[in-house]
Design a protein. Structure first.
Length: 302
């Protein structure tokens, strides 16, 4: 019996591909993080990422077209922010059914261009093909100062775990189409409180924290009462809904306490747990301090 993608799953597929791709000496970090990190001249590394949106999976034909364009670019900018970097230039490829109205496509690009202007991203090319459903693929370049690069693999025992905003109900509230990539928060952190590990929350808090734990070879406790939830969201939704696009990061105990003591301004950071020395072990403490297990539930592509 042949294995199916439904049996392997998204992350199993990524792991399989990761073991079988060609690389070169210019690749400092390839498959397995929010972006690739490529060698570059001077004081910076080049960042390279891509994301694909598909009709009836990430949006429908009834979705506001400008919001679709916003999301298509915002997902990629969020990945760059998760590495401590800034975005620079993008190419956009579209798969379009022949019956799609021209004004719909124009509105998609209005959404893309508005966000591109806001974050100084140049749109420099792409490709178009005919397809049965609307497909939007964005490939984005960025850069990061070498000393400010943050990956998923640096979390250590005793580190504090933070997120940058409330979680859950992203689809119900429309946040998944209108979110602001946390570039400002990322830049604030890497210049003042350099995280030991960081990721953006796209598949759900528990799953994306699991990526940090796997790459860093550590475990974690989460504090139930500390996890910030979108108004009306349950704990389960905050842990597993996904598409929040907040940053999830770790810092040393000393740095975390400094971060919590800082003067509160427009940038919010919420402590939600602690890294422990038990590889891949993920537990949380309820309001009574009782230890519980919870499954790594999040969005599944296959």
């Amino acid at each position: 019996m042949k294995n199916k993608l439904s049996q392997l799953g998204e992350f199993g597929l990524i792991s399989l591909i990761r073991k079988n791709v060609h690389s070169t000496k210019d690749v400092l970090l390839g498959i397995g993080d929010d972006t690739a990190v490529l060698s570059a001249q001077g004081s910076c590394h080049q960042l390279f990422t891509t994301d694909m949106l598909l009709e009836d999976v990430h949006f429908t034909r009834r979705t506001n077209a400008r919001a679709i364009g916003h999301k298509a670019l915002a997902c990629n900018i969020s990945d760059i922010a998760a590495m401590g970097g800034l975005p620079s230039a993008a190419v956009i490829s579209l798969g379009l059914p022949a019956e799609v109205e021209i004004d719909f496509v124009k509105e998609i690009y209005r959404g893309i261009n508005a966000l591109a202007k806001r974050f100084s991203v140049a749109i420099v090319g792409g490709d178009t093909v005919r397809s049965e459903k609307i497909i939007i693929n964005v490939a984005l370049l960025g850069w990061v100062k070498k000393q400010e690069l943050v990956t998923r693999s640096g979390a250590r025992q005793g580190d504090m775990i933070f997120v940058t905003g409330p979680l859950g109900k992203s689809f119900e509230t429309g946040k998944h189409l209108s979110f602001t990539p946390r570039v400002a928060e990322s830049q604030f952190l890497v210049k003042r409180f350099l995280p030991t590990a960081m990721i953006d929350i796209s598949d759900g808090l528990s799953v994306d924290l699991g990526h940090i734990l796997k790459e860093s070879r550590v475990g974690a406790y989460l504090w139930e009462e500390k996890i910030p939830k979108t108004k009306g969201a349950t704990l389960s939704q905050a842990l597993s809904d996904g598409e929040d696009f907040e940053l999830l990061f770790t810092v040393s105990q000393k740095t975390g306490k400094q971060l919590m003591r800082r003067r509160k301004d427009q940038l919010q950071f919420y402590p939600i747990g602690e890294i422990i020395d038990s590889p891949k072990r993920l537990k949380f403490l309820d309001n009574a301090g009782k230890e519980k297990d919870f499954p790594l539930i999040g969005y599944k592509h296959f």
